[in-house]
Design a protein around this ligand. Structure first.
Ligand SMILES: Nc1nc2c(ncn2[C@@H]2O[C@H](COP(=O)(O)OP(=O)(O)O)[C@@H](O)[C@H]2O)c(=O)[nH]1
Ligand SMILES: [Mg+2]
Length: 363
């Protein structure tokens, strides 16, 4: 290297002088060890009950862990947290990607923390592994809330099936409630059955819509409207305001055609601009009206009990299915049964009965 070149180089090495370590090896290995160390259930519980967000995050990670050896620890944590859950309101928020769910959650969440609430945001997004978390889990659009000490935001774990996401979200609710979060907001997109799952874990279900060109009611799954306790026409700002008003009227008319809800609640339609934070207070008033009605008629508790029942049955079904399909004898026998079915030697129903009986005699 000639003199000119060595002056240009950003890093110059002086002959005979050993360069200093730029990192502290001991420090790094200590840090790595600490990260790998799994806190005990007691430590996690203690942290969660103190509303420590790091403990809450680690607790949820434990629940989401696919590692079988973590299962009993996760179950113990959930069990302990159940005994410490505080009263809360669980709100599900759905709508097509881009309708403004994250923006709305950011606005509502900020409004609620200003009122003194602690707000947890969970996401049910089984597609996040495919879309690399671009639909949900985009913490960036909640950049105000994410820095709020009274808010906790947790996207879904990527790469999980809807069943897995739904189960873990429901268990994460328990942890958040034990940590003292009194409003739980659950964001979901219209992918597969995710709305149905979320609907069966929340007290109030909110559908966000956009105003269209007169075709508001087209292309919406009827089931979702039926589940909604409120429809909010979002982006009612700027040039879109009139169209939003028309959409609101149309939805109000359409909702009359749906059967009355068991709660006696009549679903409401309002407009809002999540971006401009208009209509946020109105939407919270509406949710509170619902809660007043549901609590006065004891429907609130009844609905939660029905949901517990739903999840019990759901879990039994899933575990039975798991046991059945993971059984190596069944798997082997299944192939010969399929052959019999395809050769018209046996009906699928008879084959199913045979396989189920085979499992029963095994256990
Ligand atoms: N004009 C307007 N834009 C909005 C409003 N709410 C959200 N947006 C925009 O719509 C886009 C999608 O919003 P986002 O909250 O990520 O939607 P999500 O996919 O449903 O979570 C973003 O560019 C937002 O800034 C609103 O009330 N008015
Ligand atoms: Mg979003």
């Amino acid at each position: 290297m000639n003199k000119n070149q060595s002056n240009k180089a950003a890093l110059r090495k002086n002959e005979g002088v050993s360069s200093q370590e730029s990192t502290n090896k001991d420090g790094i290995s200590n840090l790595k060890r600490k990260r790998q160390e799994q806190p005990s259930v007691e430590e996690l519980l203690k942290g969660i009950l103190k509303s420590n967000t790091a403990a809450l995050s680690r607790g949820i990670t434990l629940i989401e862990s696919q590692n079988l050896s973590h299962k009993s620890k996760a179950n113990a944590l959930i069990q302990n947290c159940l005994e410490h859950t505080k009263p809360s309101v669980r709100i599900g928020i759905t709508g097509v990607p881009g309708v403004g769910k994250s923006t709305y959650i950011e606005a509502l969440g900020t409004y609620l923390t200003n009122l003194g609430n602690k707000v947890a945001v969970l996401a049910v997004d089984p597609s996040s592994s495919l879309s690399k978390g671009s639909i949900l889990g985009d913490k960036t659009r909640m950049d105000v809330l994410v820095r709020n000490p009274n808010a906790f935001i947790r996207p879904s774990a990527a790469g999980e099936s809807l069943g897995g996401v739904a189960r873990h979200t429901r268990e994460a609710i328990t942890l958040c409630e034990a940590a003292g979060y009194d409003v739980i907001l659950i964001e979901t997109v219209g992918v597969g059955q995710s709305e149905t799952s979320v609907h069966s874990m929340v007290d109030f279900f909110l559908l966000l819509k956009l105003a269209g060109a007169g075709d508001e009611l087209q292309g919406i799954k009827r089931g979702i409207i039926e589940m909604a306790d409120a429809i909010i026409i979002n982006k009612a700002d700027g040039n879109n305001k009139n169209a939003a008003k028309l959409a609101m009227l149309e939805f109000k008319r359409a909702l009359h055609l749906y059967p009355a809800k068991a709660s006696n609640w009549i679903p409401k339609v309002i407009m809002c601009s999540a971006l401009k934070q208009i209509g946020i207070e109105e939407s919270w008033t509406l949710i509170k009206d619902y809660l007043d009605l549901a609590k006065s008629e004891l429907y609130f508790t009844k609905k939660r009990q029905e949901q517990n029942m739903f999840w019990l049955i759901q879990s039994i079904e899933n575990q039975l299915k798991d046991q059945f399909f993971k059984d190596s004898v069944i798997n082997k026998e299944m192939e010969s049964q399929i052959e019999l079915i395809n050769n018209n030697k046996r009906s699928p129903f008879a084959a199913a009965e045979y396989l189920l009986n085979l499992q029963k005699t095994q256990s």
